[in-house]
Structures are given as structure tokens and as C-alpha cells.
Ligand binder design. Structure first.
Ligand SMILES: [Fe+2]
Length: 267
């Protein structure tokens, strides 16, 4: 997919789009070097580093040249690959870069981060302040190693972003009552509450909602072992997705995984 408009449309419609061969070889090499520099020490499974966007002045004062040049380089990567334009297009609104981070995951058979929804209050029973439905990020997830099923890929239920946006809107506007929906089991229960079902149906249409429920039921009936929503992707490619959708992370059973992420929010 070369056309950015098409990519943005896919994220708007389904919640996620993937693009192979996005980073050129030079950038792949440079970024891999940066991520390798945080390779975890023996005994540790993963490491993570956030790139500060606001402390350039502090870095200058401290003469932290290495970190400063790394931040500038990564900001340039975002510019070169037109991430902001794509995010604007997805949001139909101006957006801004709110974060950059990168991960190094060591090859491991540790369990996956199961199906979940990022903006679901981690399943808390009592929530005092609900997030505005328009307060969410678009994530660009670049891979510097190949990812596949059971090997570091991201799985995503198509259209789940649209269902969750509607649910969040109803809860925020106090038209629906909050019940935990972080896990897939709880999510299904929440959606099937009559009042919730009818509210979401009116916003996104009955067909889309029923299709989504079918997908969720299929995943649960197959004890979450299905791979049909896995996004296999080669080194240099990326997935772009709306974090509101339901997704899961996979163990990295074949090789170490390196990833660089950029987050955008509406201004
Ligand atoms: Fe997540």
C-alpha cells in the first residue's frame, strides 16, 4: 500500500492498517542500532525507553549530546515518513506527536498480553473520571525485526475501534452505565447489556455490531487460540492503529523483537 490516503482510510474504517517496506535500509540500520543500545542484561526479558520530546533545553544544558541527537533524529524520522499528515487524515483533525518510545524484547515463551482494550481503565470496578471519547492515540508501530504469529506480532479485531468509541461516548455522556470491559470476556458482557447494545447499534449500525460480536464469540469459543487476526509483518514495516480497538500482543518465541513507536493525539 503506497497511498497514504488509503492507509488512513483503512485505519478509520477498520482500526488498523499495515504497511510493509516502509523504513528505508539506512533508517532501519540506524534505528536498530539505537534500540540495540538498550538490549536487556542477562536474566531480563525486555527493556523500554521513552524519548523525551520536551526536555531538549535540559539536555542542552546538561550537554547530553547523544540523547539530544537521538531525539532529533527520531523526530526527523516522523517527519520524513509523514506520520503527522497520516494521523491528521485519520483523525480528520490536526494532531500532534505526544510520544516516542522503543522496545527490546528478548526471545521468550512468556505468555502474551491477552486481548484487551487500552482505554478501559485496566478493568477497575469503580472509575471516577471517564476519558473523553475523542481522547485517544493513533499508534505507529515500526518493526526492526520480523514479527509473526507467536513471534511478537500484534493482533487486532477489525472494527473494534468503532464499537469502543460508541461505548466510551455513551459512558462519558452518562447515557450508559460503566461496567468493566478491559478483558474480552467482560467486553462481550458489556456490549450485550440491552441498553448498551441498542445505544451502540444506533451509532454504528446493527450489521457492524453483530459482525463484531460474532468475531468476539469466535475468539472466545476457540479459547483465544485463533491466529486469523494476527498481523505478520517484515522488518522495516509497520502497523498503524487506533488504540481504542481490541488487540493483543504475542510472545516472542522465535527471535528477539525490536520496535519503535510514535503516538499522535488530536490537538
Ligand atoms: Fe495495548
Amino acid at each position: 500500500m503506497n497511498n497514504f490516503r488509503e492507509l488512513a482510510k483503512q485505519v478509520k474504517d477498520f482500526g488498523l492498517a499495515k504497511k510493509e517496506n516502509w523504513l528505508d535500509l539506512e533508517d532501519q540500520e540506524k534505528i536498530s542500532k539505537i534500540i540495540s543500545s538498550i538490549k536487556p542484561k542477562k536474566g531480563s526479558k525486555k527493556s523500554w525507553l521513552s524519548v523525551s520530546l520536551s526536555s531538549h533545553l535540559i539536555k542542552l544544558i546538561k550537554l547530553d549530546i547523544k540523547n539530544l541527537s537521538r531525539s532529533f533524529y527520531l523526530l526527523n524520522v516522523a517527519k520524513k515518513y509523514k506520520l503527522q499528515e497520516i494521523a491528521n487524515d485519520i483523525f480528520n483533525h490536526r494532531s500532534k506527536l505526544i510520544g516516542i518510545d522503543f522496545y527490546y524484547n528478548v526471545k521468550s515463551t512468556d505468555p502474551v498480553l491477552d486481548w484487551h482494550c487500552d482505554t478501559a481503565y485496566s478493568g477497575q470496578l469503580n472509575v471516577k473520571n471517564f476519558i473523553h471519547p475523542e481522547d485517544y492515540s493513533i499508534k505507529f508501530f515500526f518493526y526492526l525485526t520480523n514479527v509473526s504469529s507467536d513471534n511478537g506480532c500484534l493482533s487486532y479485531i477489525p472494527n473494534s475501534n468503532r464499537v469502543t468509541h460508541a461505548l466510551k461516548k455513551g459512558i462519558y455522556e452518562k447515557k450508559l452505565e460503566y461496567t468493566p470491559y478491559w478483558s474480552l470476556e467482560d467486553y462481550k458482557k458489556t456490549i450485550l447489556i440491552n441498553k448498551n447494545f441498542n445505544y451502540i447499534k444506533d451509532l454504528i449500525g446493527e450489521n457492524l455490531l453483530n459482525e463484531f460480536i460474532k468475531k468476539v464469540s469466535f475468539i472466545l469459543e476457540n479459547k483465544k487460540k485463533t491466529r486469523i487476526y494476527d498481523n505478520e509483518i517484515k522488518k522495516g514495516g509497520a502497523v498503524v492503529f487506533d488504540e481504542t480497538g481490541i488487540h493483543r500482543g504475542s510472545k516472542t518465541s522465535l527471535n528477539d523483537r525490536m520496535a519503535l513507536r510514535f503516538f499522535y493525539k488530536k490537538i
